[in-house]
Design a protein around this ligand. Structure first.
Ligand code: NAD
Ligand code: DAU
Length: 354
Protein backbone atom coordinates (compact mmCIF):
# COMPACT_ATOMS: atom_id res chain seq x y z
CA UNK A 1 0.00 0.00 0.00
CA UNK A 2 0.93 3.66 -0.15
CA UNK A 3 0.71 6.21 2.66
CA UNK A 4 -0.82 9.55 1.64
CA UNK A 5 -0.67 12.53 4.01
CA UNK A 6 -3.26 15.30 3.67
CA UNK A 7 -5.59 13.08 1.64
CA UNK A 8 -8.76 14.81 2.88
CA UNK A 9 -7.75 18.18 1.41
CA UNK A 10 -8.30 19.47 -2.11
CA UNK A 11 -5.48 17.84 -4.09
CA UNK A 12 -4.94 14.93 -1.68
CA UNK A 13 -8.60 13.85 -1.92
CA UNK A 14 -8.53 14.10 -5.72
CA UNK A 15 -5.33 12.02 -5.67
CA UNK A 16 -6.86 9.32 -3.44
CA UNK A 17 -10.04 9.13 -5.55
CA UNK A 18 -8.06 8.95 -8.81
CA UNK A 19 -5.67 6.39 -7.30
CA UNK A 20 -8.48 4.05 -6.26
CA UNK A 21 -10.11 4.46 -9.70
CA UNK A 22 -6.92 3.55 -11.55
CA UNK A 23 -5.26 0.99 -9.24
CA UNK A 24 -6.10 -1.84 -6.85
CA UNK A 25 -3.37 -0.84 -4.43
CA UNK A 26 -4.72 0.27 -1.02
CA UNK A 27 -4.18 3.75 0.42
CA UNK A 28 -3.51 4.63 4.04
CA UNK A 29 -4.73 8.23 4.34
CA UNK A 30 -3.35 10.26 7.27
CA UNK A 31 -4.97 13.66 7.73
CA UNK A 32 -5.40 15.91 10.77
CA UNK A 33 -8.74 17.24 9.43
CA UNK A 34 -7.92 20.90 9.90
CA UNK A 35 -10.43 23.44 8.55
CA UNK A 36 -9.21 22.40 5.04
CA UNK A 37 -9.63 18.64 5.51
CA UNK A 38 -13.08 17.28 4.77
CA UNK A 39 -14.20 13.65 4.86
CA UNK A 40 -17.09 14.57 2.54
CA UNK A 41 -14.44 14.78 -0.21
CA UNK A 42 -13.93 11.04 0.29
CA UNK A 43 -17.59 10.04 0.66
CA UNK A 44 -17.52 8.03 -2.59
CA UNK A 45 -14.88 5.64 -1.15
CA UNK A 46 -16.36 5.44 2.36
CA UNK A 47 -17.17 1.72 2.08
CA UNK A 48 -14.06 0.80 0.09
CA UNK A 49 -11.77 -1.55 2.05
CA UNK A 50 -8.79 -0.30 0.00
CA UNK A 51 -9.06 3.09 1.72
CA UNK A 52 -7.93 3.27 5.36
CA UNK A 53 -8.41 6.70 6.92
CA UNK A 54 -6.57 7.78 10.07
CA UNK A 55 -7.15 11.17 11.68
CA UNK A 56 -3.75 12.29 12.94
CA UNK A 57 -0.98 14.86 12.79
CA UNK A 58 2.24 14.56 10.78
CA UNK A 59 4.01 16.17 13.76
CA UNK A 60 3.14 13.10 15.89
CA UNK A 61 6.24 10.91 15.58
CA UNK A 62 4.88 8.05 17.69
CA UNK A 63 1.78 7.82 15.50
CA UNK A 64 3.90 7.88 12.32
CA UNK A 65 6.17 5.11 13.62
CA UNK A 66 3.19 2.98 14.56
CA UNK A 67 1.42 3.45 11.21
CA UNK A 68 4.56 2.69 9.20
CA UNK A 69 5.33 -0.46 11.22
CA UNK A 70 1.74 -1.68 11.03
CA UNK A 71 0.96 -0.96 7.36
CA UNK A 72 4.44 -1.31 5.74
CA UNK A 73 3.79 1.11 2.83
CA UNK A 74 6.01 0.94 -0.26
CA UNK A 75 5.77 4.71 -0.71
CA UNK A 76 4.74 7.94 1.00
CA UNK A 77 3.06 10.75 -0.94
CA UNK A 78 3.22 13.88 1.19
CA UNK A 79 0.49 16.49 0.59
CA UNK A 80 -0.29 17.56 4.17
CA UNK A 81 0.35 21.27 4.59
CA UNK A 82 -1.12 24.60 5.45
CA UNK A 83 -1.71 25.86 1.91
CA UNK A 84 -3.36 29.30 1.81
CA UNK A 85 -1.10 32.34 1.32
CA UNK A 86 -3.55 34.84 2.87
CA UNK A 87 -3.88 32.70 6.01
CA UNK A 88 -0.07 32.52 6.24
CA UNK A 89 0.00 36.33 6.36
CA UNK A 90 -2.52 36.43 9.22
CA UNK A 91 -1.02 33.49 11.16
CA UNK A 92 2.37 32.14 10.01
CA UNK A 93 2.95 29.90 13.06
CA UNK A 94 0.77 27.02 11.83
CA UNK A 95 2.65 27.08 8.52
CA UNK A 96 6.04 26.67 10.18
CA UNK A 97 4.67 23.94 12.43
CA UNK A 98 3.02 21.76 9.78
CA UNK A 99 5.05 22.54 6.67
CA UNK A 100 8.51 22.62 8.28
CA UNK A 101 8.33 20.65 11.55
CA UNK A 102 5.71 18.27 10.14
CA UNK A 103 7.78 17.50 7.04
CA UNK A 104 10.89 17.06 9.22
CA UNK A 105 9.03 14.63 11.51
CA UNK A 106 7.68 12.67 8.56
CA UNK A 107 11.14 12.49 6.95
CA UNK A 108 12.66 11.18 10.17
CA UNK A 109 9.93 8.58 10.61
CA UNK A 110 10.29 7.55 6.94
CA UNK A 111 14.07 7.30 7.31
CA UNK A 112 13.79 5.08 10.41
CA UNK A 113 11.27 2.83 8.64
CA UNK A 114 13.24 2.71 5.35
CA UNK A 115 16.49 1.79 7.13
CA UNK A 116 14.73 -1.25 8.56
CA UNK A 117 13.70 -2.49 5.09
CA UNK A 118 15.89 -4.78 3.02
CA UNK A 119 16.42 -5.96 -0.54
CA UNK A 120 13.91 -4.87 -3.18
CA UNK A 121 11.62 -3.24 -0.63
CA UNK A 122 14.39 -0.88 0.45
CA UNK A 123 15.53 -0.11 -3.11
CA UNK A 124 11.97 0.43 -4.34
CA UNK A 125 10.80 2.65 -1.45
CA UNK A 126 9.86 6.25 -2.40
CA UNK A 127 9.08 9.43 -0.46
CA UNK A 128 7.33 11.86 -2.79
CA UNK A 129 7.10 15.48 -1.60
CA UNK A 130 4.36 17.64 -3.12
CA UNK A 131 5.53 21.23 -3.39
CA UNK A 132 4.76 24.46 -5.16
CA UNK A 133 6.07 26.88 -7.80
CA UNK A 134 5.78 29.67 -5.18
CA UNK A 135 9.19 28.70 -3.73
CA UNK A 136 10.83 30.29 -6.80
CA UNK A 137 9.37 33.75 -6.06
CA UNK A 138 8.02 36.21 -8.60
CA UNK A 139 8.79 36.59 -12.34
CA UNK A 140 8.92 39.75 -14.44
CA UNK A 141 6.62 39.91 -17.48
CA UNK A 142 9.28 38.70 -19.94
CA UNK A 143 11.29 36.35 -17.72
CA UNK A 144 11.56 32.72 -18.79
CA UNK A 145 9.36 30.27 -16.86
CA UNK A 146 10.70 28.51 -13.73
CA UNK A 147 12.92 25.50 -14.42
CA UNK A 148 14.01 23.04 -11.71
CA UNK A 149 17.31 24.94 -11.30
CA UNK A 150 15.72 28.36 -10.75
CA UNK A 151 17.02 29.95 -7.52
CA UNK A 152 14.67 29.81 -4.53
CA UNK A 153 13.24 33.22 -3.55
CA UNK A 154 10.06 32.68 -1.50
CA UNK A 155 8.15 35.85 -0.55
CA UNK A 156 5.28 34.77 1.73
CA UNK A 157 5.30 32.86 5.02
CA UNK A 158 3.57 30.03 3.11
CA UNK A 159 6.15 29.83 0.32
CA UNK A 160 9.03 30.24 2.78
CA UNK A 161 7.73 27.29 4.81
CA UNK A 162 7.33 25.18 1.65
CA UNK A 163 10.85 26.19 0.54
CA UNK A 164 12.18 25.06 3.92
CA UNK A 165 10.41 21.71 3.53
CA UNK A 166 11.88 21.27 0.03
CA UNK A 167 15.37 21.87 1.43
CA UNK A 168 14.83 19.29 4.17
CA UNK A 169 13.65 16.72 1.62
CA UNK A 170 16.69 17.42 -0.56
CA UNK A 171 19.03 17.09 2.43
CA UNK A 172 17.52 13.76 3.50
CA UNK A 173 18.44 12.41 0.05
CA UNK A 174 21.98 13.78 -0.05
CA UNK A 175 22.86 13.04 3.57
CA UNK A 176 20.97 9.84 4.34
CA UNK A 177 20.21 8.45 0.87
CA UNK A 178 16.43 8.42 1.52
CA UNK A 179 14.92 7.84 -1.97
CA UNK A 180 12.93 11.07 -2.32
CA UNK A 181 11.37 12.84 -5.29
CA UNK A 182 9.85 16.34 -5.29
CA UNK A 183 7.35 17.99 -7.61
CA UNK A 184 6.85 21.77 -7.73
CA UNK A 185 3.46 22.49 -9.21
CA UNK A 186 1.57 25.58 -10.34
CA UNK A 187 -1.96 26.64 -9.28
CA UNK A 188 -4.48 23.79 -9.29
CA UNK A 189 -8.24 24.08 -9.76
CA UNK A 190 -11.12 21.61 -9.95
CA UNK A 191 -13.58 19.69 -7.72
CA UNK A 192 -13.31 19.93 -3.90
CA UNK A 193 -11.24 23.16 -4.06
CA UNK A 194 -11.81 24.99 -0.78
CA UNK A 195 -13.70 28.26 -1.38
CA UNK A 196 -11.04 30.45 0.23
CA UNK A 197 -9.01 30.14 -3.01
CA UNK A 198 -9.59 32.37 -6.05
CA UNK A 199 -11.62 30.14 -8.38
CA UNK A 200 -14.05 28.46 -5.93
CA UNK A 201 -14.40 31.71 -3.94
CA UNK A 202 -15.46 33.60 -7.07
CA UNK A 203 -17.98 30.89 -8.03
CA UNK A 204 -19.47 30.77 -4.51
CA UNK A 205 -19.64 34.57 -4.17
CA UNK A 206 -21.16 35.04 -7.64
CA UNK A 207 -23.91 32.49 -6.94
CA UNK A 208 -24.60 34.24 -3.62
CA UNK A 209 -24.77 37.66 -5.34
CA UNK A 210 -21.74 38.87 -3.34
CA UNK A 211 -18.79 41.03 -4.45
CA UNK A 212 -16.01 39.28 -6.39
CA UNK A 213 -12.90 40.68 -4.61
CA UNK A 214 -9.98 41.10 -7.04
CA UNK A 215 -6.72 42.00 -5.29
CA UNK A 216 -4.81 45.06 -6.56
CA UNK A 217 -5.05 45.59 -10.32
CA UNK A 218 -5.93 41.94 -11.03
CA UNK A 219 -3.04 41.63 -13.51
CA UNK A 220 -1.10 39.06 -11.43
CA UNK A 221 -0.40 35.99 -13.51
CA UNK A 222 -0.74 32.36 -12.41
CA UNK A 223 -0.24 29.14 -14.42
CA UNK A 224 -3.40 27.04 -13.96
CA UNK A 225 -3.53 23.23 -13.99
CA UNK A 226 -6.62 21.02 -13.67
CA UNK A 227 -6.21 18.97 -10.48
CA UNK A 228 -6.48 15.50 -12.09
CA UNK A 229 -3.50 16.44 -14.27
CA UNK A 230 -1.48 17.20 -11.13
CA UNK A 231 -2.54 13.81 -9.74
CA UNK A 232 -1.44 12.01 -12.91
CA UNK A 233 1.90 13.87 -12.79
CA UNK A 234 2.49 12.65 -9.23
CA UNK A 235 1.58 9.07 -10.18
CA UNK A 236 4.06 9.35 -13.07
CA UNK A 237 6.88 10.62 -10.83
CA UNK A 238 6.14 7.90 -8.30
CA UNK A 239 6.32 5.21 -10.98
CA UNK A 240 9.18 6.51 -13.11
CA UNK A 241 10.95 9.37 -11.31
CA UNK A 242 14.60 9.18 -10.28
CA UNK A 243 15.41 9.51 -6.55
CA UNK A 244 16.89 12.90 -5.71
CA UNK A 245 15.26 14.57 -8.73
CA UNK A 246 12.84 17.51 -8.81
CA UNK A 247 10.09 17.81 -11.43
CA UNK A 248 8.23 21.03 -12.23
CA UNK A 249 4.56 20.49 -13.09
CA UNK A 250 2.39 23.08 -14.83
CA UNK A 251 -0.43 23.59 -17.27
CA UNK A 252 1.28 25.76 -19.92
CA UNK A 253 -1.55 28.10 -19.16
CA UNK A 254 -0.61 31.53 -17.82
CA UNK A 255 -3.52 33.88 -17.18
CA UNK A 256 -4.03 37.16 -15.30
CA UNK A 257 -6.44 36.87 -12.37
CA UNK A 258 -8.95 39.32 -13.84
CA UNK A 259 -9.26 37.13 -16.95
CA UNK A 260 -9.93 34.10 -14.74
CA UNK A 261 -12.71 35.99 -12.98
CA UNK A 262 -14.17 37.23 -16.28
CA UNK A 263 -14.10 33.66 -17.67
CA UNK A 264 -15.95 32.38 -14.60
CA UNK A 265 -18.57 35.12 -14.94
CA UNK A 266 -19.11 34.27 -18.62
CA UNK A 267 -19.50 30.54 -17.86
CA UNK A 268 -21.95 31.24 -15.04
CA UNK A 269 -23.87 33.65 -17.32
CA UNK A 270 -24.23 30.74 -19.76
CA UNK A 271 -24.92 27.90 -17.30
CA UNK A 272 -26.90 29.70 -14.56
CA UNK A 273 -27.98 33.12 -15.83
CA UNK A 274 -28.85 35.70 -13.18
CA UNK A 275 -31.99 37.78 -13.97
CA UNK A 276 -30.20 40.80 -12.46
CA UNK A 277 -27.57 40.77 -15.24
CA UNK A 278 -24.06 39.46 -15.87
CA UNK A 279 -22.13 38.24 -12.84
CA UNK A 280 -19.32 40.53 -14.03
CA UNK A 281 -21.23 43.42 -12.41
CA UNK A 282 -20.06 42.00 -9.05
CA UNK A 283 -16.31 42.37 -9.81
CA UNK A 284 -14.79 44.64 -7.13
CA UNK A 285 -11.14 45.69 -6.90
CA UNK A 286 -9.89 45.55 -3.29
CA UNK A 287 -6.61 46.26 -1.47
CA UNK A 288 -3.78 44.03 -2.62
CA UNK A 289 -2.27 41.04 -0.79
CA UNK A 290 0.94 42.14 1.04
CA UNK A 291 4.03 40.84 -0.77
CA UNK A 292 1.85 39.67 -3.66
CA UNK A 293 3.91 37.77 -6.26
CA UNK A 294 3.30 39.25 -9.70
CA UNK A 295 3.80 36.27 -11.97
CA UNK A 296 4.41 32.51 -11.80
CA UNK A 297 5.09 30.34 -14.85
CA UNK A 298 6.26 26.75 -14.95
CA UNK A 299 8.58 25.23 -17.53
CA UNK A 300 7.30 21.64 -17.50
CA UNK A 301 9.61 20.30 -20.22
CA UNK A 302 11.71 18.10 -17.92
CA UNK A 303 8.81 15.91 -16.75
CA UNK A 304 7.60 15.62 -20.36
CA UNK A 305 11.06 14.80 -21.77
CA UNK A 306 12.16 12.37 -19.04
CA UNK A 307 8.87 10.81 -17.88
CA UNK A 308 6.47 11.43 -20.77
CA UNK A 309 3.89 13.44 -18.77
CA UNK A 310 1.77 16.25 -20.26
CA UNK A 311 -1.52 17.71 -19.00
CA UNK A 312 -4.63 16.17 -20.57
CA UNK A 313 -6.97 19.13 -19.98
CA UNK A 314 -6.84 22.55 -21.58
CA UNK A 315 -7.97 25.51 -19.47
CA UNK A 316 -11.18 25.70 -21.53
CA UNK A 317 -12.15 22.07 -20.83
CA UNK A 318 -10.97 22.11 -17.20
CA UNK A 319 -12.65 25.35 -16.14
CA UNK A 320 -15.97 24.31 -17.71
CA UNK A 321 -15.84 20.97 -15.85
CA UNK A 322 -15.07 22.87 -12.65
CA UNK A 323 -18.00 25.29 -12.93
CA UNK A 324 -20.34 22.41 -13.81
CA UNK A 325 -19.06 20.49 -10.74
CA UNK A 326 -19.67 23.44 -8.40
CA UNK A 327 -23.16 23.98 -9.79
CA UNK A 328 -23.96 20.28 -9.27
CA UNK A 329 -22.43 20.20 -5.77
CA UNK A 330 -23.95 23.20 -4.04
CA UNK A 331 -24.57 21.05 -0.93
CA UNK A 332 -20.84 20.44 -0.59
CA UNK A 333 -20.20 24.18 -0.84
CA UNK A 334 -22.97 24.95 1.68
CA UNK A 335 -21.49 22.45 4.17
CA UNK A 336 -18.04 23.97 3.81
CA UNK A 337 -19.30 27.54 4.33
CA UNK A 338 -19.60 26.95 8.06
CA UNK A 339 -19.22 29.38 10.94
CA UNK A 340 -15.44 29.02 10.89
CA UNK A 341 -15.38 29.88 7.19
CA UNK A 342 -17.41 33.03 7.79
CA UNK A 343 -14.93 34.11 10.47
CA UNK A 344 -12.09 33.74 7.96
CA UNK A 345 -13.92 35.84 5.36
CA UNK A 346 -14.40 38.54 8.00
CA UNK A 347 -10.68 38.43 8.93
CA UNK A 348 -9.37 38.52 5.36
CA UNK A 349 -11.75 40.86 3.58
CA UNK A 350 -13.21 43.25 6.18
CA UNK A 351 -10.06 45.38 6.42
CA UNK A 352 -9.52 45.67 2.64
CA UNK A 353 -10.38 49.06 1.21
CA UNK A 354 -12.45 48.74 -1.97
P1 NAD B 1 -5.45 21.87 1.38
O1 NAD B 1 -5.23 22.99 2.32
O2 NAD B 1 -6.72 21.79 0.60
O3 NAD B 1 -5.32 20.47 2.14
C1 NAD B 1 -4.30 20.23 3.09
C2 NAD B 1 -4.67 18.97 3.86
O4 NAD B 1 -3.62 18.72 4.82
C3 NAD B 1 -5.98 19.09 4.65
O5 NAD B 1 -6.77 17.95 4.46
C4 NAD B 1 -5.51 19.21 6.09
O6 NAD B 1 -6.44 18.67 7.04
C5 NAD B 1 -4.22 18.42 6.06
N1 NAD B 1 -3.29 18.82 7.13
C6 NAD B 1 -2.93 20.09 7.48
N2 NAD B 1 -2.08 20.05 8.52
C7 NAD B 1 -1.88 18.74 8.83
C8 NAD B 1 -1.10 18.07 9.80
N3 NAD B 1 -0.34 18.76 10.66
N4 NAD B 1 -1.11 16.73 9.82
C9 NAD B 1 -1.87 16.02 8.93
N5 NAD B 1 -2.65 16.62 8.01
C10 NAD B 1 -2.66 17.95 7.95
O7 NAD B 1 -4.19 21.89 0.41
P2 NAD B 1 -4.09 21.51 -1.15
O8 NAD B 1 -4.42 22.69 -1.95
O9 NAD B 1 -4.77 20.23 -1.38
O10 NAD B 1 -2.50 21.29 -1.26
C11 NAD B 1 -1.92 20.01 -1.00
C12 NAD B 1 -0.42 20.11 -1.17
O11 NAD B 1 -0.12 20.54 -2.48
C13 NAD B 1 0.25 21.12 -0.24
O12 NAD B 1 1.48 20.59 0.18
C14 NAD B 1 0.46 22.35 -1.12
O13 NAD B 1 1.57 23.09 -0.67
C15 NAD B 1 0.71 21.70 -2.46
N6 NAD B 1 0.36 22.49 -3.65
C16 NAD B 1 -0.89 23.05 -3.76
C17 NAD B 1 -1.23 23.73 -4.93
C18 NAD B 1 -2.60 24.34 -5.12
O14 NAD B 1 -2.82 25.03 -6.13
N7 NAD B 1 -3.57 24.11 -4.25
C19 NAD B 1 -0.29 23.84 -5.97
C20 NAD B 1 0.98 23.28 -5.79
C21 NAD B 1 1.29 22.60 -4.64
O1 DAU C 1 1.13 28.45 -7.23
C1 DAU C 1 0.74 27.35 -6.44
C2 DAU C 1 -0.01 27.85 -5.23
O2 DAU C 1 -1.29 28.26 -5.70
C3 DAU C 1 -0.14 26.80 -4.13
O3 DAU C 1 1.13 26.48 -3.65
C4 DAU C 1 -1.02 27.33 -2.98
O4 DAU C 1 -1.21 26.33 -2.02
C5 DAU C 1 -2.36 27.73 -3.57
O5 DAU C 1 -3.17 28.29 -2.56
C6 DAU C 1 -2.17 28.74 -4.70
O6 DAU C 1 -1.67 30.00 -4.18
P1 DAU C 1 -2.20 31.40 -4.73
O7 DAU C 1 -1.95 32.44 -3.73
O8 DAU C 1 -1.71 31.65 -6.13
O9 DAU C 1 -3.78 31.03 -4.86
P2 DAU C 1 -5.10 31.87 -4.49
O10 DAU C 1 -6.24 31.09 -5.06
O11 DAU C 1 -5.15 32.23 -3.05
O12 DAU C 1 -4.92 33.19 -5.33
C7 DAU C 1 -4.75 33.15 -6.74
C8 DAU C 1 -4.55 34.58 -7.22
O13 DAU C 1 -5.78 35.29 -7.04
C9 DAU C 1 -3.51 35.32 -6.42
O14 DAU C 1 -2.80 36.19 -7.30
C10 DAU C 1 -4.32 36.15 -5.41
C11 DAU C 1 -5.62 36.43 -6.18
N1 DAU C 1 -6.83 36.55 -5.35
C12 DAU C 1 -7.11 35.56 -4.44
C13 DAU C 1 -8.22 35.64 -3.63
C14 DAU C 1 -8.50 34.56 -2.61
C15 DAU C 1 -7.70 37.61 -5.52
O15 DAU C 1 -7.47 38.49 -6.38
N2 DAU C 1 -8.81 37.69 -4.73
C16 DAU C 1 -9.11 36.75 -3.77
O16 DAU C 1 -10.13 36.91 -3.04
Amino acid sequence: MILVTGGAGFIGANFVLDWLRTSDEPVLNLDALTYAGNLENLASVAGDARHVFVQGDICDRALLDRLLAEHQPRAIVHFAAESHVDRSIHGPGDFVRTNVTGTFTLLEAARGYWMGLDGERKVGFRFHHVSTDEVYGSLGPNDPAFTETHAYAPNSPYSASKAASDHLVRAWFHTYGLPVTTSNCSNNYGPYHFPEKLIPLMIANALAGKALPVYGDGRQVRDWLYVSDHCSAIRTVLAKGTPGEVYNVGGWNEMPNIEIVQTLCALLDELKPDPQGSYARLITYVADRPGHDRRYAIDARKIERELGWRPAETFETGIRKTVVWYLANQDWVADVLSGAYREWVETNYAGRAV
